[in-house]
Design a protein around this ligand. Structure first.
Ligand code: PLP
Length: 456
């Protein structure tokens, strides 16, 4: 094997990393992750790291699950690849579609497979526009999404997303995609949310959708897309009033509702789907990540009967698909992953045990002088750092306090993500109470070190 330094040199010479400032990376040197077990990974120096982000919100069953490895191995031996384009399928792909139909709300009976969440959301754009074409309302093209949302990195998925830095590089969004603000009580504390309680603010934020529909013209709007809990945008848990009001607005105007469940799906929120936690009935549901716990790439769209029936009965050929739509190895791993989630009753465990326990531990962080807000839903949580808690004052952006905190976590054996001044976690769903305690001990240490550095 090579030494860490040798890996770092090879990496700096040849690997262009996603979402990375390579100058900053060069000054520190990349960290080489070499193996994983349960909720932990190890680096090339032998340091153990508690992966409180489940990789990128995906390794929900933890590292090293033999049944997933076995499923992949067997499928590779039997049939490593075949496509689903020309009136063919594989048992794994059809079985996973059937299984997902049974696991999702009743209105979903069909799955369309892709290789990733980005491709799933791209597919949604074509599906909803196709739906309105077939409905004889081709002018209904506009999709409404939210600022600060993350829906993927392809040009269309990044357009759906509301990340201004992503729009700036590449001249996005593509035409026909508009955004409304997110239902973040804390972020609006000095503005729209002033004087309102959370629930009243939730209604107000939902009505931004109605305002946008009026602006664009209801007859031009195809769909609204949102994550039940905005994940990469900072684990923004909406007030309980928000999603039911969004549903009412979509229903009133006949607009398709799309739930991006790439992060929230497969038990993360304590129910199988975020839309169940928040009480919506979406027409389309996108998934990825947790469907295979990240062991192999897979994504897809659950297509509700309202759209599927029209597409199947009147649509002719659907001009869309990927080489890896229904990849048999990915689908075989997906089936083994669902077996494991069910066998270990992981969703109920999040809902009834580890989720509430994490929330309880999280609440104690409010005593820390640098914590202005904590929020969680199931096993996803956020800690808002701020300079002056009583005044609810933010740190100056140039301090990049979140990055400081992330560095202290990582150096100390914990993966925690920073979104601006918000620290977020989404540990594997197999995490135990003892490991949650260990995670919070590391978080506290990192907060103390961050505070000391900020004051220095
Ligand atoms: N949608 C959401 C909510 C996500 O968080 C992500 C990835 O983080 C995506 C879509 C894109 O998925 P992928 O990276 O598999 O393309």
């Amino acid at each position: 094997g090579r030494t860490t330094r040798e890996w770092q040199a090879a990496d700096a010479s040849h690997f262009l990393h996603p979402f990375t400032d390579h100058q900053a990376l060069a000054s520190k040197g990349v960290r080489v992750i070499t193996r994983g077990e349960g909720v932990y990974v190890w680096d090339s120096e032998g340091q153990r790291i508690l992966d409180a982000m489940s990789g990128l919100w995906c390794v929900n069953v933890g590292y090293g699950q033999e049944s997933l490895i076995e499923a992949a191995t067997q499928q590779m031996r039997t049939l490593p690849y075949y496509n689903a384009f020309f009136q063919t399928t594989t048992p794994a792909a059809t079985a996973l579609a059937e299984r997902l139909a049974a696991r999702t709300p009743e209105s979903f009976r069909h799955a369309f497979f892709c290789g990733s969440g980005s491709e799933a959301n791209d597919t949604v754009i074509r599906l909803v526009r196709r739906y309105w074409d077939l409905m004889g309302q081709p002018q209904r093209k506009v999709i409404i999404s939210r600022l600060n949302a993350y829906h993927g990195s392809t040009m269309a998925a990044a357009s759906l997303g509301g990340m201004s830095a992503m729009h700036a590089q590449g001249g996005l969004p593509i035409p026909g995609i508009v955004h409304i603000d997110q239902p973040h009580y804390w972020a609006h504390r000095h503005g729209a949310a002033q004087g309102l309680d959370r629930e009243a603010f939730g209604l107000l934020a939902a009505r931004w959708l109605e305002d946008k529909i009026a602006e664009v013209g209801a007859g031009n709007v195809a769909a609204f897309i949102g994550e039940p809990v905005q994940g990469a945008g900072g684990v923004i848990v909406p007030p309980s009033t928000y999603w039911p009001e969004i549903q009412r607005i979509c229903d009133r105007h006949g607009i398709l509702l799309v739930s991006d469940e790439v992060v929230c799906g497969f038990g993360r929120t304590g129910q199988w789907w975020g839309c169940e936690t928040f009480g919506t009935k979406p027409d389309l549901l996108t998934f990825a990540k947790g469907v295979t716990s990240g062991y192999v790439p897979l994504g897809g769209v659950m297509v509700g009967e309202r759209v599927a029936r029209l597409l199947i009965e009147q649509g002719g050929e659907f001009e869309h698909g990927y080489t890896y739509s229904g990849h048999p190895v990915a689908c075989a791993v997906g089936l083994a992953n669902l077996d494991l989630i069910e066998r270990e009753d992981l969703v109920a465990r999040v809902r009834e045990d580890t989720g509430p326990y994490l929330a309880q531990q999280l609440a104690t962080l409010m005593e820390h002088p640098m914590v202005g807000e904590v929020q969680s839903c199931g096993l996803m949580a956020a800690v808002q750092l701020c300079r002056n808690v009583p005044l609810r004052e933010a740190f100056a952006p140039e301090i990049a306090i979140g990055m400081v905190c992330r560095r202290h976590c990582f150096d100390n054996g914990l993966v925690m993500r920073a979104v601006g001044d918000r620290m977020i976690v989404a540990p594997p769903l197999v995490i135990t109470r003892g490991q949650i305690d260990e995670m919070f001990a590391l978080v506290r240490q990192a907060l103390d070190r961050t505070l000391a550095e900020a004051r220095a």
